[in-house]
Each structure stands twice: as structure tokens, then as C-alpha cells.
Design a protein around this ligand. Structure first.
Ligand code: RM4
Ligand code: MN
Ligand code: MN
Length: 424
């Protein structure tokens, strides 16, 4: 399904005068508004191929309708999102949930929708039906060398798919760990994992990155072999320049100071990228910004400050991806909300008065420092983000458009009401 440009134009016309009023007011307070808009326009967030269907919990899964039945249909969905927000021009593939069969055709489809391929993800946390050895007791950490070899080979296979598609990174998330004390020798598990990662690292093309993702718990509940940013950083430092840490916002112990983690990883040149989502209790994979929007802003505040300190390109030098699961909402609406939440936090971080903040910090003026951040966080930048969409041909209100054009009903007509997407 292609979104017709004239439909977006008439949607925008109907909202234009109200939008203009709000935008003109917001813009009048910002001296470098065009430069800010350009940064928002350049900033794209990759959509995970595994989050285009309805998610579930271990208790059940309540399917939606019109879910994508193939990689092609998943790309169609991401193309739809991108047509509406002009900011999700990339897809991150999870193998073997989404194996590209005909590279030329898939690449053509991607270019038709204006999409790039972001990091490719390996999966050694499930057993596939045709798999010889089981990952029940881990993959890259496994006590049995043959299991490790199978997992290494899978990762190398994933890199090969990525090379064909033009990806530039491999994300390794391991469920490896232990569920009971005594089950595992921590040191041996670490060393096996490191050796396995080294072999995969050796197969990376020169211009690739390896993102080492960490997670505090689940599915293992006693220890995780890449359990926190310290462990991830250990692996990344030992592996070399191409390896870096990936921060998934839902993978921390409660109350972790994620913005501080991000600042220090950036300082070390070891921050690779993000999996954005939100959470209240654990790896909830909820809509970005739905629970802790101030935390999201504080993270972006550190990102902008830290990337500028290192002269980095905001849009290109880190991997920006969503990792989410939608149990009760339409996945496409949820993803539109997530992208917008990220853009809002980014836009606000760009507006922080850095000079005033440094001055307040240098003078130990705690109240002023807090005022500066909270004043920016409470600034309504929604019309600025909407203006970025307007200037690039997107919709002023993507969700309103999605509903009024009955996009889900059309997808259901094409794909049926019982289709089930692969993924989470
Ligand atoms: C994990 C982790 C990974 C994702 C899988 C599906 O919790 O967040 O990034 O690939 O879920
Ligand atoms: Mn993740
Ligand atoms: Mn997760």
C-alpha cells in the first residue's frame, strides 16, 4: 500500500492554520530554528522488523489484524511509517525471523520506500526447527564447543545477509546466563563468550561495527553473561575498535542512571547505539516516552552534549533503533508514537542553553542547573517536530492520518484478519 502524496497534502491543508499559529509562536523563541529543524529532519530512527506484529507475553498473545506475513510486507509497513513521518527511513532485521531470499528484489523494494538497512540481529536465544544443537543452556557461552560453533556460524551467516543488503552493523544480544546459583562458572562463561565473540568479530567487514547489547535479567534469572554496561564494555574493549556497547533502555535494574551510563560510554568512544523503548518494571518494551519522558530527555541531553564534545554527526555516528513489543495497541500507531517521542526528546536536547548550564555547573548553582533542564523539558516542541514533517512531505498528524485513511482496515483487506507476523 502506497500513501498517496495528495492525500497527505489535503490532510496537511486541513491542519495548516492551527499548526502555523503554534509553530510561529514556538519558533519566535528560538534564534536558530532553521538549523534545529535541519537536525530533526536528518535524524532517522530504524524500525525493528520484529515489532510490526502484535507482541505477547508468556501468558498469551492477542493478535491484531492485517499483520505483515513476509519480509516484503514488513517493509511495506515501515515504508508506510516513513511516508507519514519522514523519520523512520530504516529497518533493522532479525535473522532467522526475516531472512532476505532475493537480495536484489529486497533492495529494490527498500529503495522504492526510501529505506536503508540498519543493524542486523542474530538470534541464538531460541531453537529453530531445523537446528541440530539446542541453546537451552546458552549459545556463545556454552560448555560444549559444538554449540558455540553453531552459534558463531549463525552470527557469521547474519553478517553475510547484512553485507548483501548494505547494513553496517551486527547486534548481538545473548540470553546466555544461568537461572540457579552453581549452574555456571562465571569466569568460564565469560571466557567462552569472549572467544566466540572474537571469532565473529574476525568475520566483520572493515567498515562494520559489532554492537554488544546487555540485559540485566530474563530469560535467565540468576546471572546474565552480558548483564550490564560494565560487562558489555569489557567485551567491547577486549574485542577492539569495531565493537561497542548497545544500550536498550529496558535492560537495566530498577532506577539505574541510564543518562550517566550513556555519558561515560560516549566519553570512552564505546557507545554504539540504542534500542529505544520504555519500561516501568523490566524489559517491558513499551512505547518510547510513555513512562519516563524526563529520563528520555536527560538521556538525549547527555547524547547531544557528548556527541558535540567529540565532534560527532548526530544522525550518522550512532545506531538509532527502536526495540518494542505492542501487546494492546496497533503496532504501527505505537511505532509512530515512539518515533515522535524520540524526536521530541532530541529537539528539546538541542534547545538546552549549554553555556548557561556550564556556568551554573561551574558555580555549583544547583537550582539554576535544574531550572535550565526543566524549563527546556517543559517547552512544547511538538509543533517544531510537526514542521520538520511538513517540510519533508510527511503528515502533520501521522496517527490522525492513519485513522482517517483507515490504513489498518486496508492492510487487513489485503492480508486477512488472521495473519501473524514473525517476531516478538
Ligand atoms: C531482547 C533484546 C534484543 C531483541 C530481542 C528480541 O530482549 O532486547 O535486542 O533482539 O529481545
Ligand atoms: Mn533490545
Ligand atoms: Mn529487550
Amino acid at each position: 500500500m502506497l500513501v498517496e502524496k495528495n492525500k497527505i497534502a489535503s490532510h496537511n491543508d486541513s491542519l495548516l492554520s492551527a499548526h502555523k499559529r503554534k509553530f510561529d509562536f514556538s519558533a519566535s523563541e528560538i534564534p536558530n530554528i532553521d538549523a534545529i529543524l535541519q537536525k530533526i529532519i536528518d535524524f532517522n530512527i530504524a524500525i525493528p522488523s520484529w515489532a510490526l506484529g502484535t507482541g505477547g507475553t508468556r501468558f498469551g498473545r492477542f493478535s491484531g489484524t492485517g499483520e505483515p506475513r513476509s519480509l516484503e510486507e514488513k517493509m511495506e509497513d515501515v515504508g508506510l511509517l516513513h511516508a507519514l513521518n519522514q523519520s523512520s527511513g530504516a529497518i533493522s532485521l532479525h535473522i532467522p525471523w526475516d531472512i532476505p531470499e532475493n537480495y536484489t528484489a529486497i533492495k529494490k523494494l527498500a529503495s522504492d520506500y526510501g529505506l536503508q538497512f540498519d543493524a542486523v540481529n542474530s538470534n541464538t536465544f531460541q531453537d529453530q526447527s531445523n537446528q541440530v544443537l539446542s541453546y537451552k543452556f546458552g549459545s556463545l557461552q556454552h560448555v560444549n564447543k559444538s554449540v558455540r560453533k553453531q552459534a558463531i556460524d549463525h552470527n557469521i551467516e547474519v553478517i553475510k545477509h547484512g553485507v548483501e543488503l548494505g547494513s553496517k552493523a551486527l547486534t548481538v544480544w545473548l540470553s546466555d546466563g544461568s537461572t540457579f546459583p552453581g549452574q555456571l562458572n562465571f569466569r568460564k562463561a565469560f571466557q567462552n563468550t569472549l572467544e566466540s565473540l572474537e571469532e565473529i568479530y574476525g568475520a566483520l567487514p572493515n567498515d562494520w561495527k559489532m554492537f554488544v547489547e546487555y540485559k540485566c535479567c530474563e530469560p535467565n534469572f540468576y546471572s546474565m553473561t552480558v548483564g550490564d554496561w560494565g560487562q558489555s564494555l569489557l567485551y567491547a574493549n577486549k574485542l577492539g575498535d569495531k565493537a561497542a556497547t548497545l544500550v536498550d533502555l529496558g535492560h537495566h535494574l530498577p532506577n539505574a542512571n541510564i543518562e550517566q551510563i550513556v555519558a561515560l560510554l560516549l566519553m570512552e568512544g564505546k557507545l554504539g547505539g540504542f534500542h529505544f523503548n520504555d519500561s516501568k518494571y523490566g524489559d517491558d518494551d513499551l512505547t518510547v516516552g510513555s513512562m519516563k519522558p524526563y529520563q528520555l530527555f536527560l538521556i538525549f541531553n547527555e547524547l547531544v552534549e557528548g556527541m558535540d564534545a567529540r565532534g560527532m554527526n548526530h544522525a550518522k555516528d550512532l545506531g538509532w533503533m527502536i526495540d518494542a513489543s505492542h501487546n494492546v495497541k496497533d503496532p504501527l500507531e505505537d511505532l509512530l508514537q515512539s518515533v515522535e517521542a524520540i524526536q521530541i526528546a532530541y529537539a528539546q536536547a538541542l534547545l538546552v542553553d549549554r553555556k548557561a548550564l556550564v556556568l551554573a555547573q561551574d558555580n555549583n548553582d544547583v537550582a539554576t542547573a535544574q531550572e535550565i533542564l526543566q524549563d527546556t523539558f517543559r517547552t512544547d516542541v511538538r509543533s517544531i517536530v510537526a514542521e520538520a514533517r511538513l517540510r519533508t512531505g510527511g503528515a502533520l498528524n501521522p496517527i490522525q492520518f492513519f485513522r482517517s485513511e483507515k490504513v489498518r482496515a486496508q492492510l487487513t483487506k489485503d492480508r486477512g484478519s488472521k495473519s501473524v507476523a514473525t517476531g516478538l
